[in-house]
Design a protein around this ligand. Structure first.
Ligand code: NDP
Ligand code: OXD
Length: 309
């Protein structure tokens, strides 16, 4: 029984060492080194190269090193009948909430526009927004969306959220399902997307949906690039229906240099780093799940394969 770490960024050794340090009885390999493939029962992965999960004949479960699992479902060659787990972690949720708060405050006070003015040597005072006049609407009221919503209420924002099933969150107006989406959108000044990417949510941030927001609304996508129809966003920004957008995630990452977002004055970009799994905090849940796997107990933070999240 052994664990393989599969990721394509420069954090593979960090994860391998952190797992090993958490329990030195574990056998942990990087997928890049020589390793006994038939011994591997758990794969700890983040955006693995397509096809790599199929290399392990005795794989018993796949642990996503992030909250999202869309990239696992996209790999058709993955072993299909084994459990998938994901990260649920207070730092991951807290870091996302802090990111969204920072973006919203920058929007209220025009900070990104002033940065452009500064670069162009322009002295251009602009009207700003007050917290009490702004309603933030969050698509997705799960681990990250619910905390972000609650934190926003503490600063005095009016907050509402939309999810698949009805929620009850203190101080937050909640909407659910297709029937209540229009009502949610028409009073949302700042829209934050914190949905998982599934067949049901792909392309949800399209012209039909974004047009229902009031004029001058602002859009924040911190979920997945696949939620957004890029051309529709640009059309609504250029038509001055939307006042701006802040994006952390893209269809292709890194975003190709030729993409129009790079030079669009109303698009503010961050490089998919709104919130990142902290090994110190999340490794214990991975080790616990490995132990549960070996003793036949139910795993924590299981993904529902039918729903895709
Ligand atoms: P959760 O699974 O905890 O929450 C998902 C929420 O979306 C739930 O409220 C769920 O509703 C709702 N939802 C799902 N499908 C639909 C649908 N079809 N219609 C309406 N609502 C729907 O996810 P997390 O909060 O942990 O994470 C959300 C996403 O954030 C991740 O999947 C990932 O893509 C992204 N992320 C981005 C990061 C970044 O750095 N940019 C970092 C971490 C995550 P219900 O509760 O009823 O099931
Ligand atoms: C995640 C992410 O899903 O970092 O955890 O995007």
């Amino acid at each position: 029984m052994a664990i393989v770490v599969i990721r394509q960024d420069n954090k593979i050794e960090l994860w391998k060492n952190a797992l090993q340090k958490a329990d030195n009885s574990l056998k942990v390999y990087s997928y890049l080194e020589d390793h006994p493939k038939d011994e591997i029962t758990m794969a700890v992965t983040w955006k693995h190269p397509t096809g790599t999960l199929a290399n392990y004949p005795n794989l018993k479960f796949i642990a996503s090193a992030g909250a999202g699992v869309d990239y696992i479902f996209e790999d058709d060659s993955r072993p299909k009948n084994i459990p998938i787990t994901r990260i649920v972690d207070p730092f991951l949720a807290g870091d996302m909430s802090e990111h969204v708060l920072a973006v919203i405050f920058a929007h209220l006070k025009n900070l990104n526009v002033y940065k452009l003015d500064q670069v162009a040597n322009v002295w251009g005072p602009k009207e700003y927004l007050r917290i009490k006049d702004v309603t933030v609407g969050i698509l997705g009221l799960g681990e990250l969306g619910a905390l972000t919503a609650t934190d926003l209420t503490k600063f005095g924002f009016k907050v509402q959220g939309w999810s698949r099933s009805k929620k009850n969150i203190e101080g937050v107006a909640t909407f659910s399902g297709a029937n209540e989406q229009q009502e949610f959108l028409k009073t949302t000044d700042v829209l934050v997307c914190l949905l998982p990417l599934t067949t049901a949510t792909e392309g949800i941030l399209n012209k039909a949906l974004l047009s229902q927001l009031p004029k001058n609304s602002y859009v924040i996508n911190v979920a997945r690039g696949g939620h957004l129809v890029d051309e529709d966003l640009i059309e609504l920004l250029d038509a001055n229906h939307l006042s701006g957008a802040c994006l952390d995630v893209y269809h292709t990452e890194p975003l190709p240099k030729s993409h129009p977002f790079w030079n669009h004055k109303k698009v503010h970009m961050t490089p998919h780093y709104a919130s990142v799994s902290d090994t110190n905090s999340v490794i214990p849940q991975m080790v616990e799940n490995y132990k549960r796997l070996n003793s036949g107990e139910k795993l924590q933070n299981l993904v529902d394969s039918d729903k895709g999240y």
